[in-house]
Ligand binder design. Structure first.
Ligand code: ADP
Length: 300
């Protein structure tokens, strides 16, 4: 399977309080973490046992070298990750002692990924049972990924995060659209607070072209629909301490299970279990669960 998406360096700055404009304050800590929805979802699928290739772009800087080596450490070939002349995608995350944060994202190399680069990279990959993309690279690259995925008979999955308008011709290339409640609300202009509202929003998205729409609903699990069927998957009861990357674990789990040929209801069980376990550990990549732990949770 292939993940087409972003790779970021997350720089987390701890400080007692946020500076006012023009003011300098001393920070209390500095940490560097891997991030980006593309990288998170690729690592999620690889830890669950999938053979993953990653298509994306990093900068010609230290961060880019570091991101490629991290990906390789997870068993994901970095050869289809382009090296752009600029900086790697970087998020500067300031967290004060009350836990409030401010985040500046520099898309950097992620924004330079072209449709042609995606096409060339995908042509070099033999296993494209599933193509999984998100919204942190240009829409032209997402479109190219889905189009080639379709041509090669892959299952195409789009996680439309962060929320942004999607042309209908792109939605028609999607087999499984996986928004969370907020993204679904923004895409449809409909409320998604109650189960009934969520089901209406799913049905409305299905009308626009995806074969299946799966809406994740945090601790309420997920619901899905197609033109002929609807279904749901309950959330696994866990002690959640940090929901960062739950959606990424869910998408990676879904892609891995579909690449193994599981039907949608079984694949969603793997996805929900991976999402649940990701909430039991702090951080993004450190929280992504291993196959044996997800298998144990679902009783396999
Ligand atoms: P996102 O991170 O994109 O907002 P969600 O918060 O909807 O995504 O989480 C994705 C999936 O992870 C959910 O559909 C659910 O299956 C699982 N999940 C998330 N939060 C919890 C939780 N507190 N307990 C159990 N499962 C959860």
């Amino acid at each position: 399977m292939v993940v087409v998406g972003s790779l970021n360096v997350d720089l987390v700055v701890g400080l007692d309080r946020m500076p006012d404009p023009g003011e300098t304050v001393f920070g209390t800590s500095l940490a560097r973490h891997p991030g980006g929805k593309g990288l998170n979802q690729a690592v999620a699928a690889a830890r669950l046992g999938a053979q993953v290739a990653m298509v994306g772009a990093v900068g010609s800087d230290d961060g880019g070298t570091w991101l490629r080596s991290l990906v390789e450490d997870e068993g994901i070939s970095p050869t289809t990750i382009a090296i752009d002349a600029g900086t790697s995608g970087t998020a500067v995350i300031e967290v004060d002692d009350r836990g409030m944060n401010r985040i500046v994202v520099i898309p950097g190399a992620n924004d330079s990924l072209t449709g042609d680069q995606v096409t060339t990279a995908l042509d070099a990959i033999s296993d494209v049972a599933v193509v999984l993309a998100q919204h942190e690279v240009p829409m032209a690259s997402v479109g190219a990924a889905l189009r080639i995925g379709r041509e090669r008979g892959a299952v195409t999955i789009l996680n439309p995060a962060p929320a942004r308008a999607i042309p209908d011709e792109i939605l028609r290339l999607v087999d499984i659209l996986v928004p969370n409640e907020h993204e679904a609300a923004l895409l449809t202009d409909l409320p998604t607070d109650t189960l009934e509202q969520a089901m209406v929003a799913v049905a409305s998205l299905v009308q626009r072209g995806p074969r299946i729409v799966v809406m994740t609903r945090g601790s309420q699990g997920a619901i899905w629909g197609s033109t002929t069927e609807t279904g749901s998957v309950s959330a696994f009861p866990v002690h959640a301490i940090d929901t960062v990357a739950a959606g990424d674990a869910f998408c990676g789990g879904l892609a891995m299970a579909l690449a193994e040929g599981l039907p949608i209801d079984r694949a969603l069980t793997w996805a929900a279990a991976a999402g649940a376990l990701a909430t039991t550990t702090a951080g993004a990549v450190p929280s992504l669960p291993l196959r044996r732990d997800v298998a144990a949770l679902i009783g396999e």
